[in-house]
Ligand binder design. Structure first.
Ligand code: C5P
Length: 313
């Protein structure tokens, strides 16, 4: 039985507090040892019964989200998620998917993965499937390496290609300055550059082992303790493709943040701060140093599971 109205769900942006990357696997992916944190920027996905499958995309923050970079065909990850769940469950009722985006596109914040996770839980409710958490995680992993984390949210250790997630406790709210970049970066291109730099011997990745001090620092909620563990093996290849990222990261560090960090495969830059007030000051300092457009965000926040709302017909 299908819900008569529409169903809406949401999922968060993610950052990687540590992104350790191992050597390329035969399947074209890289093994990861990562610690994810969900930030309070969310995409909302609404699924509504319709005569045909479709997707439309909108945003209330056009300065942050480049809508023209989001596919609105069958390649759209939210639409693929809805169709995958339908195939798996033997559902033949199409849905119209609407995505309200807050998460920048192609920024290393897993916005597409958030859309897929939100679409999975929205359609699961719309079609009254009651899919088990383990089955939802398996479908999420088929859709993309970051999609399982977007389901669970909070903070988590990620292994495999990032799709095997184990929740981690966080002792307090962590404040970040987020500096998006309108141009975006292609994740496969950054991984390919990583491979090239490793073969050349130009970089020494930290690799997939996550130090035990990192979960402990996260559990303490102390941003000073956590700042010592922030590292991203994709920072070197992303900076090789976009040299201006090195200056941006250094500028944030000089502007009063505890530590700079590239988000995922970039080009979004992140700056960990020890309070909301400090984060606001770093935003102003970045603007006076020629880097306007930074925003404050915080985490952890919940994943898509549990975000479901039924809307009237
Ligand atoms: O899993 P996802 O679809 O997000 O991956 C996009 C691309 O990023 C992959 O096709 C691959 O090129 C690269 N990738 C990788 N290793 C990972 C995750 C992603 O090489 N662990």
């Amino acid at each position: 039985m299908t819900v008569s109205g529409a169903v809406r769900a949401s999922a968060p942006a993610k950052i990687n507090l540590r992104l350790g990357v191992g050597p390329l696997r035969p399947d074209g992916f890289h093994p990861l040892g990562t610690v994810y944190l969900a930030l309070d920027w969310r995409d909302h996905v609404t699924a509504r019964p319709a005569d045909d499958w479709s997707v439309e995309v909108a945003t209330s923050v056009p300065g942050r989200v480049a809508l023209d970079q989001v596919p609105t065909t069958g390649d759209n990850l939210a639409l693929r998620a809805a169709r995958l769940l339908a195939d798996q469950a033997g559902v033949s009722d199409p849905v119209a998917v609407r995505i309200d985006k807050q998460i920048p596109v192609a920024g290393g914040l897993a916005g597409g993965s958030a859309d897929a996770a939100a679409a999975l839980v929205a359609c699961d409710r719309l079609w009254r499937l009651g899919t088990s958490p383990a089955d939802l995680l398996a479908l999420a992993a088929e859709l993309g390496s970051d999609v399982p984390f977007a389901l669970v949210g909070g903070a988590a250790l990620g292994v495999g290609r990032g799709e095997r997630v184990t929740p981690l406790p966080v002792g307090g709210r962590l404040w970040w300055v987020v500096l998006p970049d309108a141009a975006g970066l292609s994740t496969p291109a950054v991984y390919a550059e990583y491979d090239r730099l490793v073969v050349e011997g130009a970089i020494r990745p930290v690799g997939v082992d996550v130090p035990t001090g990192l979960p402990a620092a996260l559990a303490s909620g102390d941003p000073h303790a956590l700042s010592a563990y922030l590292v991203n093996d994709l920072a070197a290849p992303a900076t090789s493709l976009r040299p201006e990222l090195a200056d941006r990261l250094a500028t944030g560090a000089a502007a009063g943040a505890l530590a700079p960090l590239l988000s995922g495969s970039g080009p979004t830059c992140l700056f960990l701060c020890d309070s909301r007030r400090r984060a606001d000051a770093v935003v102003r300092a970045l603007a006076t140093r020629g880097l306007p457009g930074a925003l404050v965000s915080s985490g952890p926040t919940p994943g898509a599971v549990g975000s479901v709302e039924e809307l009237p017909a």
